[in-house]
Design a binder for this molecule. Structure first.
Ligand code: ADP
Length: 483
């Protein structure tokens, strides 16, 4: 089965969030199931330098106002990449979506219309003798792939899957922009790309793709409600018969406490001594009081309203009163960054904050912490709680989306049954989080229960072994349909 992924970010080449992790790890898991996947992504600066055996496989004289070319290469892990090198669109350093002023690049819709147009072209014609049966598009940046394919002849058209990683990001632009995309104007209707007087890339993916998936079964249901659908619930209800939820996995090779080179000491469920060393190292590194008995909670996250971290601030006092510590790694909204920096300054030794993005520090934090807090207001899947499980760092999560699907709440019954892996809380509010943190302290101080919880969390399957076969089944179903 040949599958073309189209994604705007892909680990280890560029990453701002969970989409990159999935676009980097899922193809490798699919390869183990005999799928031949190539990931089409923009050649941001540095991308090509990280690929080996690079070859130019196509040239384009005019990609939205300038020349471009397609380069095929492979990462060290064997991920096959098609890098779309269009200097006037992608040769910009830093965050792939934001300019130096922290705002979206002014031409983002054009940049990703280009990615979608080339995605459709490669989907239709392939590269060399490689031609995909399925094009699997991820998030709004690939939302126009299916419309571009449908604008062409039916002959030779691959099947399309569109995965929603976050419905809140919708790729909205005006009619004037739409008119530059080269799509039929008949697509600009309420039954097509038109969305309340604008054009939405996301809606294009949702309306025109053969199958829709999202990254957890609970989010697949939530998406169809007004509360979580962000205006797309109507479209999603109409297409409910082709929508399913498949929970994300993680790359269990690069996230393995037994071998992780980014942590102070390796450890496993059977040999946990290394985790205590990691905790001491993390406390030292972040300027926290070195104390093995202080429950150390972490946050590794974008600092945005979605992630619910504002609900943490009113709980700070309670955490500190019970001798807890808090370490935060994140970047995002300025007000939230400032609030956490101020909290750290006011509570030296107990609260530490690193504003910015650091993959190595995120590993060290997962390894050194006792618990990870994920109080998201909505969370399509969430990955940091999965890293937490893998590292014996107990997740405390809001009962929503993929968080609800991946963590087993430590209530009386599940603790007794030995199946608990973390803490879930609802309602998703500051006081809900507060009660969850209270429960965390109680569990932490009962060493026998805590060790059992850690062992169970670390045994919980978090790789792609369960979910990758679901994607293969979907691709098979699609490609044999009507045969
Ligand atoms: P989202 O995609 O909504 O941001 P996910 O939980 O699905 O949330 O994925 C976030 C990914 O980004 C995880 O791999 C997490 O470790 C990583 N991450 C988020 N913020 C940071 C940061 N400041 N530094 C390092 N890694 C981060």
């Amino acid at each position: 089965m040949r599958v073309l992924f189209v994604a705007s970010e892909c680990y280890p080449l560029i990453k701002t969030g969970g989409l990159a992790d999935v676009a980097g790890a899922l193809p490798l898991a699919l390869a183990r199931l005999d799928c031949d996947v190539r990931v089409l992504m923009p050649a941001y600066p540095g991308v090509i330098g990280h690929l080996r055996d690079v070859q130019e496989v196509a040239g384009y004289p005019d990609v939205f106002g300038g020349p471009g070319r397609l380069l095929a290469g492979e990462t060290a892990d064997g991920l096959k990449v098609l890098a779309l090198d269009v200097a006037h669109l992608y040769d910009r350093p830093g965050n792939p979506y934001l300019g130096p002023d922290g705002n979206d690049w002014w031409d983002n819709t054009r940049r990703f219309a280009a990615l979608s147009a080339i995605g459709a072209a490669v989907g239709r014609s392939g590269v060399g003798d490689w031609k995909p049966a399925v094009v699997h598009c991820h998030d709004w940046q690939a939302g126009l792939v299916a419309p571009y394919l449908l604008a062409g002849p039916a002959e030779g058209r691959p099947k399309t899957v569109f995965t929603i990683h976050n419905v809140a990001f919708q790729g909205i632009c005006g009619r004037a922009d739409f008119d530059t995309f080269g799509l039929p104007s008949s697509f600009y209707t309420p039954a097509g790309l038109e969305y309340y007087g604008y054009c939405s890339f996301l809606k294009g993916g949702l309306v025109f793709s053969d199958r829709l998936t999202t990254v957890s079964p609970t989010y697949a249901r939530e998406l169809r409600t007004q509360e979580f659908g962000f205006g797309m619930e109507g479209v999603l209800n109409e297409r409910a018969n082709v929508l399913s939820g498949i929970v994300n996995g993680i790359d269990t090779k690069s996230w393995d406490p037994a071998t992780d080179p980014l942590i102070a000491s390796n450890y496993s469920a059977r040999k946990m001594a290394g985790k205590a060393i990691c905790k001491t190292e993390l406390q030292t590194r972040m300027g926290l009081r070195v104390d093995p008995d202080a429950p150390l909670m972490i946050v590794v996250s974008r600092l945005t309203g979605q992630k619910g971290l504002d609900m943490l601030l009113p709980n700070l006092e309670g955490i500190l009163r019970r001798g807890g510590q808090l370490a935060i790694l994140g970047a995002g909204e300025q007000g939230m960054e400032r609030a956490f920096v101020e909290a750290a300054a006011a509570n030296p030794g107990a609260v530490a904050v690193h504003i910015g993005y650091s993959e190595p520090l995120s590993h060290a934090m997962q390894a050194g912490a006792d618990a990870i807090l994920v109080p998201s207001r909505f969370e399509p899947c969430g990955l940091t709680q999965l890293y937490g499980l893998r590292y014996g760092t107990i997740p405390v999560v809001a009962r929503t989306g993929g968080l609800a699907d991946t963590v087993i709440d430590a209530n009386d019954a599940s603790v007794r049954a030995g199946s608990a892996t973390g803490i879930q809380f609802a309602p998703v509010s500051a006081s809900g989080l507060g009660f969850a943190i209270e429960r965390l302290f109680d569990l932490f101080h009962n060493k026998k229960v805590w060790r059992a919880l850690q062992a169970r969390a670390m045994a919980h399957p978090v790789g792609w072994e369960d979910s990758a076969p679901d994607y293969v089944a979907l691709y098979r179903e699609l490609t044999t349909e009507g045969v």
